[in-house]
Design a protein around this ligand. Structure first.
Ligand SMILES: [Zn+2]
Length: 273
């Protein structure tokens, strides 16, 4: 099950602490008064297609809503204790008047968050109110990524380097009869955190990038737009890196098969004993 991180630009609305205090106190060790908390609602994620050409389905948003209740709010995806800044005390899915890029009504998963209104949190509360924090990002686990056109699983085609499904729909392509091909993120396993991101990702050399980082997608687009890379001084390095990466993917498949075989053998063994 893969952990997925998705970001949205930050939109918050102050919530009514007096009206919500009973809900908030469900998650608090000590009984809090409305004056002791700062609370607001925030759009955590939605059903729109993002830069990675994938989106949460409506069913996924509905399933994620209860999973986020009680979960921690952190800053910059860091779980260090000082970075745990609040807690989600309520969630709901809201249908907006806008449309998403799939031509459906845009739906957002809204989280209501409380923070202690104290000196420690003053800087972050001021930053939220002043609009200095730019993004929120959710961390969730997703069991299924499927083709929007036929519902089949998608994988990388190693000869074209494109994501495609069993029926050869290619991610990001538009088909005259069937429409735009994107990935549906379905079947969430769990919701881990909501994170406030103060500093957008830096484009520094020497920073290790995750394979699903949008910057990596952009780098691939640039490389693929070059008619010939063979003369480039780093071409050899790139080729080696890609071969290693595809080997690792093959290795991972192999390891999965071996583990599944092991499981079967253990079950047979357990039955016999
Ligand atoms: Zn398909």
């Amino acid at each position: 099950m893969a952990k997925v991180l998705k970001s949205l630009s930050l939109k918050t609305k102050k919530a009514d602490a007096a009206a919500d205090i009973a809900l908030i106190n469900q998650f608090s060790v000590k009984e809090l008064s409305p004056e002791e908390v700062y609370c607001f609602s925030v759009a955590m994620c939605d059903n729109d297609i993002d830069r990675e050409t994938e989106r949460f389905t409506n069913k996924t948003l509905d399933a994620l809503a209860p999973m986020f209740v009680g979960k921690t709010v952190i800053s910059d995806h860091s779980w260090r204790s000082g970075n745990q800044i609040g807690r989600i005390y309520d969630t709901y899915v809201q249908r907006t008047a806008e449309q998403n890029q799939a031509g459906e009504p845009l739906r957002q998963l809204i989280g209501k968050v409380y923070m202690l209104n104290n000196e420690d949190n003053k800087a972050i509360i001021d930053a939220i109110e002043a609009g200095i924090l730019k993004e929120v990002s959710v961390g969730v686990s997703i069991k299924s990524r499927t083709c929007s056109l036929c519902g089949e699983k998608m994988h990388i085609n190693w000869s074209s380097w494109k994501m495609e499904c069993e029926k050869h729909h290619v991610l990001g392509e538009t088909y005259p009869e069937e429409g735009y091909c994107f990935l549906n993120l379905d079947d969430p396993g769990d919701a881990y955190e909501l994170s406030f991101v103060a500093v957008p990702a830096q484009r520094n050399a020497g920073v290790t990038k995750a394979a699903n980082d949008p910057d990596v997608d952009e780098a691939f687009d640039t490389l693929l737009s070059c008619p010939d890379l063979s003369e480039h001084r780093q071409f050899g390095e790139l080729l080696k890196h890609m071969q290693q990466s595809s080997m690792q993917a093959v290795d991972r498949e192999e390891r999965k098969k071996i583990l599944e075989e092991n499981d079967k053998i253990i079950k047979i063994f357990e039955k016999e004993n």
